[in-house]
Design a protein around this ligand. Structure first.
Ligand code: AMP
Length: 216
């Protein structure tokens, strides 16, 4: 059972590989972005409060997001199966609060995986990303297009996340650089950081991920 953080810029593949890893090893995939988008879709009070930050690519306040993660980590599936935190922490403050929360449970992280890719590839991936309105499946119109243009295999239409527009994607990369990239040194100094090159084919990236985590 693993307790992991997936770190990296938007478009590096954290969500994709967290999903694949979770499916293969039964680990619980916790994506703070997915939780926020679900709250926005449901029109909850949290969703209404978070919407502007999410759509503009800015970060939701640390206390809000830490509250969400704390709550999710307390659910029973996590104790039994471990977790992958995808998109959290995103600031040093969040990482410090996560350390405290894990300590309270008597848990420690096994590893923090940094997904690395160059900036041009990240921009290409983000702006070509489409999601299904129904099942949430993620496509890329350049590398992994749907069979029928604009339609998921489940029959529902695809849409582009508002924060995947070119302008907002550039802003998100800048937010990552400024607020999240200091976590690389934070986790390196704790001996937890493992790096995976996420530029290649899915199977090669997955093999690299399994290798750095010592699983098959
Ligand atoms: P993601 O799906 O991980 O790219 O997240 C989408 C958006 O949700 C981000 O651009 C932020 O607005 C918000 N978000 C997700 N995770 C966090 C976090 N750990 N801290 C603050 N905001 C977050």
């Amino acid at each position: 059972m693993k307790r992991l953080v997936f770190l990296g810029p938007p478009g590096a593949g954290k969500g994709t590989f967290a999903g694949l890893f979770a499916e293969r090893f039964g680990t619980v995939h916790i994506s703070t972005g997915d939780i926020l988008r679900a709250e926005i879709k449901a029109g909850s009070r949290l969703g209404i409060a978070a919407r502007q930050c999410v759509d503009s690519g800015e970060l939701v306040p640390d206390e809000v997001i830490v509250g969400i993660v704390d709550h999710r980590l307390g659910e029973p599936d996590v104790a039994g199966h471990g977790f992958i935190l995808d998109g959290f922490p995103r600031t040093v403050r969040q990482a410090e609060l996560l350390e405290e929360a894990l300590k309270t449970c008597g848990w420690e992280l096994d590893a923090v995986v940094l997904f690395a890719a160059d900036r041009d590839l990240l921009i290409r991936r983000l702006t070509a990303r489409r999601l299904c309105q129904g099942c949430g499946k993620v496509y890329n119109v350049l590398y992994d297009p749907p069979c029928a243009e604009g339609i998921c295999h489940c029959g529902e239409p695809l849409y582009q996340r508002p924060d995947d527009s070119r302008e907002t994607a550039l802003g998100r990369l800048e937010v990552y650089q400024r607020q999240t990239s200091p976590l690389i040194d934070f986790y390196r100094s704790r001996g937890l950081l493992k790096t995976v090159d996420s530029a290649g084919e899915k199977s090669a990236v997955m093999a690299g991920l399994c290798r750095v985590l010592g699983v098959e």
